[in-house]
Design a protein. Structure first.
Length: 258
Protein backbone atom coordinates (compact mmCIF):
# COMPACT_ATOMS: atom_id res chain seq x y z
CA UNK A 1 0.00 0.00 0.00
CA UNK A 2 1.44 3.37 -0.99
CA UNK A 3 1.69 6.35 1.36
CA UNK A 4 -0.86 8.24 -0.75
CA UNK A 5 -3.32 5.35 -0.54
CA UNK A 6 -2.86 5.12 3.23
CA UNK A 7 -3.43 8.85 3.57
CA UNK A 8 -6.68 8.63 1.60
CA UNK A 9 -7.85 5.62 3.61
CA UNK A 10 -7.04 7.11 7.01
CA UNK A 11 -8.55 10.48 6.09
CA UNK A 12 -11.76 8.82 4.90
CA UNK A 13 -12.10 6.71 8.05
CA UNK A 14 -11.40 9.70 10.29
CA UNK A 15 -13.91 11.82 8.37
CA UNK A 16 -16.52 9.08 8.60
CA UNK A 17 -15.87 8.94 12.35
CA UNK A 18 -16.58 12.67 12.69
CA UNK A 19 -19.83 12.37 10.73
CA UNK A 20 -20.84 9.27 12.70
CA UNK A 21 -20.18 11.04 15.99
CA UNK A 22 -22.45 13.89 14.94
CA UNK A 23 -25.20 11.54 13.75
CA UNK A 24 -25.06 9.29 16.81
CA UNK A 25 -25.36 12.23 19.18
CA UNK A 26 -28.24 13.91 17.37
CA UNK A 27 -30.15 10.79 16.29
CA UNK A 28 -28.17 7.60 15.77
CA UNK A 29 -27.21 5.51 12.74
CA UNK A 30 -23.58 6.65 12.57
CA UNK A 31 -22.66 3.03 11.88
CA UNK A 32 -24.22 3.45 8.43
CA UNK A 33 -21.33 5.79 7.62
CA UNK A 34 -18.34 4.13 9.27
CA UNK A 35 -19.17 0.48 8.57
CA UNK A 36 -19.48 0.87 4.76
CA UNK A 37 -16.33 3.01 4.75
CA UNK A 38 -14.35 0.18 6.32
CA UNK A 39 -15.85 -2.33 3.89
CA UNK A 40 -14.90 -0.06 0.98
CA UNK A 41 -11.26 -0.23 2.02
CA UNK A 42 -11.26 -4.02 2.14
CA UNK A 43 -11.96 -4.80 5.80
CA UNK A 44 -13.82 -8.12 6.23
CA UNK A 45 -17.41 -7.61 7.51
CA UNK A 46 -16.95 -9.00 11.04
CA UNK A 47 -13.62 -7.20 11.53
CA UNK A 48 -15.22 -3.99 10.23
CA UNK A 49 -18.21 -4.36 12.56
CA UNK A 50 -16.05 -5.11 15.59
CA UNK A 51 -13.54 -2.31 14.91
CA UNK A 52 -16.37 0.12 14.18
CA UNK A 53 -18.12 -0.66 17.47
CA UNK A 54 -14.91 -0.24 19.47
CA UNK A 55 -14.12 3.03 17.70
CA UNK A 56 -17.55 4.59 18.24
CA UNK A 57 -17.57 4.11 22.03
CA UNK A 58 -15.58 7.28 22.90
CA UNK A 59 -17.79 9.31 20.56
CA UNK A 60 -20.94 7.99 22.27
CA UNK A 61 -19.77 9.21 25.64
CA UNK A 62 -18.52 12.47 24.14
CA UNK A 63 -22.04 13.13 22.88
CA UNK A 64 -23.57 12.08 26.20
CA UNK A 65 -21.29 14.55 28.00
CA UNK A 66 -22.38 17.27 25.61
CA UNK A 67 -25.98 16.57 26.63
CA UNK A 68 -25.22 16.52 30.38
CA UNK A 69 -27.50 19.52 31.11
CA UNK A 70 -30.51 17.62 29.71
CA UNK A 71 -29.69 14.65 31.97
CA UNK A 72 -30.40 16.67 35.13
CA UNK A 73 -33.01 14.91 37.26
CA UNK A 74 -32.88 11.71 35.20
CA UNK A 75 -30.21 9.78 37.13
CA UNK A 76 -32.51 7.07 38.53
CA UNK A 77 -34.20 6.61 35.16
CA UNK A 78 -30.89 6.37 33.34
CA UNK A 79 -29.45 3.90 35.87
CA UNK A 80 -32.43 1.54 35.72
CA UNK A 81 -32.68 1.57 31.94
CA UNK A 82 -28.91 1.19 31.66
CA UNK A 83 -29.13 -2.23 33.31
CA UNK A 84 -31.34 -3.51 30.50
CA UNK A 85 -29.18 -1.89 27.83
CA UNK A 86 -26.04 -3.52 29.22
CA UNK A 87 -27.70 -6.95 29.42
CA UNK A 88 -29.04 -6.62 25.89
CA UNK A 89 -25.76 -5.32 24.50
CA UNK A 90 -23.90 -8.24 26.06
CA UNK A 91 -26.23 -10.77 24.46
CA UNK A 92 -26.07 -8.97 21.10
CA UNK A 93 -22.28 -9.00 21.07
CA UNK A 94 -22.24 -12.72 21.85
CA UNK A 95 -24.69 -13.32 18.99
CA UNK A 96 -22.47 -11.38 16.58
CA UNK A 97 -19.55 -13.64 17.41
CA UNK A 98 -21.62 -16.80 16.93
CA UNK A 99 -24.34 -16.16 14.32
CA UNK A 100 -24.16 -15.50 10.54
CA UNK A 101 -24.08 -11.83 9.60
CA UNK A 102 -27.42 -11.99 7.79
CA UNK A 103 -29.44 -13.08 10.83
CA UNK A 104 -31.15 -9.72 11.44
CA UNK A 105 -31.28 -8.45 7.85
CA UNK A 106 -34.99 -9.05 7.30
CA UNK A 107 -36.35 -7.73 10.60
CA UNK A 108 -34.18 -4.63 11.08
CA UNK A 109 -35.74 -2.43 8.31
CA UNK A 110 -39.21 -3.28 9.68
CA UNK A 111 -38.16 -2.27 13.20
CA UNK A 112 -36.73 1.02 11.99
CA UNK A 113 -39.86 1.78 9.95
CA UNK A 114 -42.02 1.11 13.01
CA UNK A 115 -39.79 3.33 15.10
CA UNK A 116 -40.12 6.17 12.58
CA UNK A 117 -43.92 5.93 12.70
CA UNK A 118 -43.75 6.13 16.49
CA UNK A 119 -41.43 9.14 16.34
CA UNK A 120 -43.83 10.98 14.03
CA UNK A 121 -46.94 10.26 16.11
CA UNK A 122 -45.13 10.50 19.47
CA UNK A 123 -46.63 13.88 20.50
CA UNK A 124 -50.18 12.65 19.93
CA UNK A 125 -49.54 9.25 21.54
CA UNK A 126 -47.76 10.93 24.45
CA UNK A 127 -50.75 13.20 25.10
CA UNK A 128 -53.10 10.22 24.85
CA UNK A 129 -51.01 8.23 27.34
CA UNK A 130 -50.86 11.17 29.77
CA UNK A 131 -54.65 11.58 29.55
CA UNK A 132 -55.17 7.87 30.13
CA UNK A 133 -52.93 7.96 33.21
CA UNK A 134 -54.85 10.97 34.50
CA UNK A 135 -58.20 9.22 34.03
CA UNK A 136 -56.93 6.13 35.83
CA UNK A 137 -55.30 8.17 38.56
CA UNK A 138 -51.87 6.64 37.94
CA UNK A 139 -48.65 8.63 37.85
CA UNK A 140 -46.03 8.37 35.12
CA UNK A 141 -43.37 5.88 36.13
CA UNK A 142 -40.01 7.55 36.49
CA UNK A 143 -38.19 4.70 34.75
CA UNK A 144 -41.03 3.34 32.65
CA UNK A 145 -42.24 -0.20 33.22
CA UNK A 146 -41.77 -3.81 32.10
CA UNK A 147 -42.82 -3.09 28.51
CA UNK A 148 -40.25 -0.30 28.12
CA UNK A 149 -37.58 -2.36 29.88
CA UNK A 150 -38.19 -5.24 27.45
CA UNK A 151 -37.94 -2.84 24.52
CA UNK A 152 -34.70 -1.31 25.80
CA UNK A 153 -33.27 -4.80 26.33
CA UNK A 154 -34.28 -5.89 22.80
CA UNK A 155 -32.76 -2.73 21.33
CA UNK A 156 -29.60 -3.47 23.31
CA UNK A 157 -29.44 -6.93 21.74
CA UNK A 158 -29.73 -5.37 18.30
CA UNK A 159 -27.23 -2.64 19.18
CA UNK A 160 -24.65 -5.13 20.41
CA UNK A 161 -25.11 -7.16 17.25
CA UNK A 162 -24.96 -4.36 14.68
CA UNK A 163 -26.32 -1.09 16.05
CA UNK A 164 -27.31 0.99 13.02
CA UNK A 165 -30.35 3.11 13.98
CA UNK A 166 -30.57 1.79 17.54
CA UNK A 167 -30.83 5.46 18.51
CA UNK A 168 -33.99 5.85 16.41
CA UNK A 169 -35.54 2.84 18.13
CA UNK A 170 -34.64 4.16 21.59
CA UNK A 171 -35.95 7.66 20.93
CA UNK A 172 -39.25 6.22 19.71
CA UNK A 173 -39.75 4.11 22.82
CA UNK A 174 -38.56 6.69 25.33
CA UNK A 175 -40.62 9.42 23.66
CA UNK A 176 -43.78 7.34 24.06
CA UNK A 177 -43.00 6.28 27.64
CA UNK A 178 -42.17 9.72 29.05
CA UNK A 179 -43.65 13.20 28.79
CA UNK A 180 -40.21 14.85 28.88
CA UNK A 181 -39.01 16.94 25.95
CA UNK A 182 -37.41 15.24 22.98
CA UNK A 183 -34.06 16.76 23.96
CA UNK A 184 -34.18 15.16 27.44
CA UNK A 185 -35.20 11.86 25.86
CA UNK A 186 -32.27 12.17 23.45
CA UNK A 187 -29.89 12.70 26.38
CA UNK A 188 -30.93 9.38 27.94
CA UNK A 189 -30.72 7.73 24.52
CA UNK A 190 -27.08 8.76 24.25
CA UNK A 191 -26.28 7.12 27.59
CA UNK A 192 -28.04 3.87 26.71
CA UNK A 193 -26.55 3.59 23.21
CA UNK A 194 -23.10 4.39 24.58
CA UNK A 195 -23.36 1.62 27.17
CA UNK A 196 -24.50 -0.90 24.56
CA UNK A 197 -21.53 -0.04 22.36
CA UNK A 198 -19.24 -0.05 25.38
CA UNK A 199 -20.13 -3.49 26.70
CA UNK A 200 -20.03 -4.92 23.17
CA UNK A 201 -16.61 -3.35 22.64
CA UNK A 202 -15.24 -4.95 25.81
CA UNK A 203 -16.35 -8.39 24.63
CA UNK A 204 -15.02 -7.81 21.13
CA UNK A 205 -11.62 -6.75 22.47
CA UNK A 206 -11.48 -9.83 24.70
CA UNK A 207 -12.84 -12.40 22.25
CA UNK A 208 -12.23 -11.13 18.73
CA UNK A 209 -9.70 -9.34 16.55
CA UNK A 210 -9.78 -5.53 16.35
CA UNK A 211 -8.10 -3.31 13.78
CA UNK A 212 -6.73 -0.74 16.19
CA UNK A 213 -5.77 1.64 13.40
CA UNK A 214 -9.35 1.80 12.13
CA UNK A 215 -10.82 1.85 15.63
CA UNK A 216 -8.45 4.61 16.69
CA UNK A 217 -9.25 6.82 13.70
CA UNK A 218 -12.99 6.34 14.22
CA UNK A 219 -12.58 7.05 17.95
CA UNK A 220 -10.75 10.32 17.36
CA UNK A 221 -13.26 11.42 14.74
CA UNK A 222 -16.32 10.40 16.75
CA UNK A 223 -15.16 12.25 19.88
CA UNK A 224 -14.92 15.44 17.84
CA UNK A 225 -18.20 14.66 16.11
CA UNK A 226 -19.91 13.99 19.44
CA UNK A 227 -19.15 17.50 20.64
CA UNK A 228 -20.29 19.04 17.36
CA UNK A 229 -23.44 16.93 17.42
CA UNK A 230 -24.29 18.03 20.96
CA UNK A 231 -23.93 21.69 20.01
CA UNK A 232 -26.12 21.25 16.93
CA UNK A 233 -28.67 18.83 18.37
CA UNK A 234 -29.39 20.81 21.53
CA UNK A 235 -30.30 23.86 19.44
CA UNK A 236 -32.82 22.05 17.23
CA UNK A 237 -36.50 22.66 18.06
CA UNK A 238 -38.59 19.49 18.60
CA UNK A 239 -40.14 19.56 15.12
CA UNK A 240 -36.76 19.96 13.42
CA UNK A 241 -35.19 17.23 15.56
CA UNK A 242 -38.07 14.91 14.75
CA UNK A 243 -37.63 15.66 11.03
CA UNK A 244 -33.91 14.85 11.26
CA UNK A 245 -34.71 11.56 13.00
CA UNK A 246 -37.17 10.59 10.25
CA UNK A 247 -34.74 11.49 7.45
CA UNK A 248 -31.91 9.51 9.03
CA UNK A 249 -34.18 6.57 9.69
CA UNK A 250 -35.41 6.47 6.08
CA UNK A 251 -31.80 6.63 4.88
CA UNK A 252 -30.99 3.72 7.19
CA UNK A 253 -33.82 1.62 5.75
CA UNK A 254 -32.75 2.38 2.17
CA UNK A 255 -29.13 1.53 2.99
CA UNK A 256 -30.01 -1.74 4.71
CA UNK A 257 -32.31 -2.86 1.88
CA UNK A 258 -29.84 -1.92 -0.88
Amino acid sequence: MTVAHELVEYSAIFGAGIAAGIMNTVVGSGTLLTFPTLLAFGYPPVLANVSNTVGLVPGSFSGAYGYRAELAGQRRRAVILSVFSVLGGTLGAILLLNLPGSAFNDIVPVLIALALVLVVIQPKVGRWAAKLREERGTAEREAGGPLLWAGVFATGVYGGYFGAAQGVLLIAMLGIAFTDSLQRVNAVKNILAGLVNGVAAVLFIALSHVSWTAAGLIALGSVLGGQIGARVGRRLPPTALRAVIVCVGIAAIVKLLA
